[in-house]
Design a protein around this ligand. Structure first.
Ligand SMILES: Cc1cc2nc3c(=O)[nH]c(=O)nc-3n(C[C@H](O)[C@H](O)[C@H](O)COP(=O)(O)OP(=O)(O)OC[C@H]3O[C@@H](n4cnc5c(N)ncnc54)[C@H](O)[C@@H]3O)c2cc1C
Length: 452
């Protein structure tokens, strides 16, 4: 038997862990958050209950594997609870890094630190009640600019227009660098908010950008656009008083201007031309023209990036992996040190840690499982080692003043939250800060042991 340490219990880490444990090895799963699940718990839209419940059930099955041990509420990295070297010193045969992409791309604009300007990652973590983000101010106003046109941006539009409990939203303005054909959201996601798009304003916006799009041979007729990216153009919705969703295409955020209270008051955008590239794709090219939008909130959804604090070298798309040979048809999972031009022996990278923002949970699962296959091949070539028992590992961590939560704690917490949901007549309930979760676990454990 060999021991694999896995850093990060999102979908990629959970399913990698399952595969390695089912092959008979001991797995130690370490996670920053108390709860497992990563973005499946704290990213996916709160009302996608069925998907969330389904994933939680699968994760509970993984945590119940007898040779898998969970250590939650433990952050790995430089200046964190433990470093990768601390983990190596505990003697695992392999370390799998599946910590996702915890940073985000910044706009890099003057005024970016104004109040009311948020990254999509923090905003989503906030409404999904990730401890720390949950208690930070993410108040929104009446006119909100959302930068980006992917599925994450649509989740944010949906929250602002429909589900945010204390919303004051009058208008959400989507700021898109390119045109309507370059929208990246899925039909089924935009369907949640399309009734809020004002057809007359949308048509006026198409008129504004028509010359630039037509120069790239794009047909902006409603029939064609409905087929490609904006199905709402084929539908009709009953007139109703509701906030509106508008689009400002061919525009890039340029400057944020704050009011006397320090909160964003105006967003200056640069107007772009659309350029047709040789490969048939388009790119945006700034013109000298600008426009000023009155907004009191700005949320930018322009992609994720990796947290170098973890202690692995960075590559172009995530933590660096061994360069792929020309003939490679499959991803490479072995971690790599580009400066030394060598493999980091016994370290593998999977999921969003390997490539940020690559699609849905199913893809992260597949990546975790494929990476786990490579790990299993690697382990085959190693001698068996007497693994450190989970009790011994816990003792080492406690000697460092750390108190990770275990798989039993997670089971107890799940039961407490289910009971809270029933008592409050809610479909689900979750605590939003670490101390309350830890207290709830302890109280329940004491009650259980008192009851025998
Ligand atoms: C806003 C949003 C909405 C989404 N909606 C959907 C959807 O509707 N449907 C769908 O299929 N997919 C959706 N996705 C995509 C899906 O969530 C991801 O594909 C998937 O979660 C990526 O899995 P991962 O395990 O690689 O990373 P993550 O899910 O990010 O998991 C990383 C884990 O690592 C832990 N971690 C991080 N840093 C450290 C550290 N230093 N030490 C220890 N642990 C650490 C974290 O606590 C976390 O548990 C959405 C994503 C986002 C951002």
């Amino acid at each position: 038997m060999k021991t694999a340490f896995i850093v990060g219990a999102g979908p990629a880490g959970m399913f990698a862990a399952q595969k390695i444990a089912l092959a008979g090895h001991q797995v130690v799963l370490i996670n920053r958050d108390i709860k497992p699940g990563g973005l499946a718990e704290y990213g996916i839209y709160p009302l996608k209950d069925k998907m969330k419940f389904g994933l939680r059930k699968q994760f509970a099955k993984v945590l119940a594997l007898p040779n898998l041990h969970y250590f939650g509420h433990l952050t790995i990295g430089e200046g964190c609870d433990l470093t990768l070297d601390d983990l190596r010193a505990m003697g695992p045969s392999v370390i799998v890094v599946s910590c996702g992409a915890q940073g985000y791309n910044q706009l890099g604009l003057p005024g970016e630190n104004s109040k009311g300007v948020y990254s999509a990652k923090d905003f989503v973590y906030h409404y999904n009640l990730l401890p720390l983000c949950a208690s930070m101010d993410h108040s929104t106003g009446k006119r909100i600019a959302v930068v980006g046109m992917g599925n994450v941006a649509v989740d944010i539009m949906r929250w602002l227009l429909k589900d945010c409990p204390d919303r004051q939203t009058e208008e959400v303005i989507v700021i898109a660098r390119r045109g309507p054909y370059e929208a990246k959201f899925a039909d089924k996601e935009i369907a949640y908010v399309e009734e809020y798009i004002r057809r007359d304003e949308f048509m006026r916006e198409l008129e504004r950008i028509k010359p630039a799009c037509e120069a790239c041979h794009q047909d902006l007729s409603p029939e064609k656009l409905a087929e490609a990216t904006f199905p709402f153009l084929n539908k009709s919705f009953p007139p109703e008083q509701r906030p509106k969703l508008t689009f400002r295409f061919l525009s890039s955020a340029k400057e944020i201007i704050a009011g006397p209270d320090g909160r964003i008051q105006k967003l200056v955008v640069t107007e772009n031309d659309l350029v047709l590239k040789k490969d048939g794709n388009t790119s945006a090219k700034a013109t000298g023209r600008t426009a000023v939008l009155n907004v009191d909130t700005l949320i930018f959804a322009i992609g994720d990036k990796h947290d170098p604090k973890l202690g692995l070298p960075m590559g172009p798309e995530g933590f660096a992996t061994k360069p792929a040979p020309e003939s490679a048809t499959e991803p490479i999972y072995e971690a790599w040190d580009p400066a030394a031009n060598r493999e980091l022996e016994g370290v593998f990278v999977v999921g969003w840690a390997r490539r940020a923002s690559t699609g849905l949970v199913g893809i992260a699962r597949h990546d975790g499982e494929k990476g786990a296959e490579k790990v299993l091949e690697y382990l085959q070539g190693l001698p068996d080692r007497n693994p450190l028992s989970p009790e011994r590992l816990l003792a080492i961590m406690q000697a460092k003043g750390l108190n990770p939560v275990t798989e039993q704690d997670i089971e107890v917490l799940g039961k407490v939250e289910e009971r809270e949901a029933r008592e409050r007549n809610l479909s689900s309930f979750k605590y939003s800060d670490d101390n309350t979760m830890l207290e709830a676990i302890q109280k329940e454990r004491e009650a259980l042991s008192a009851a025998g």
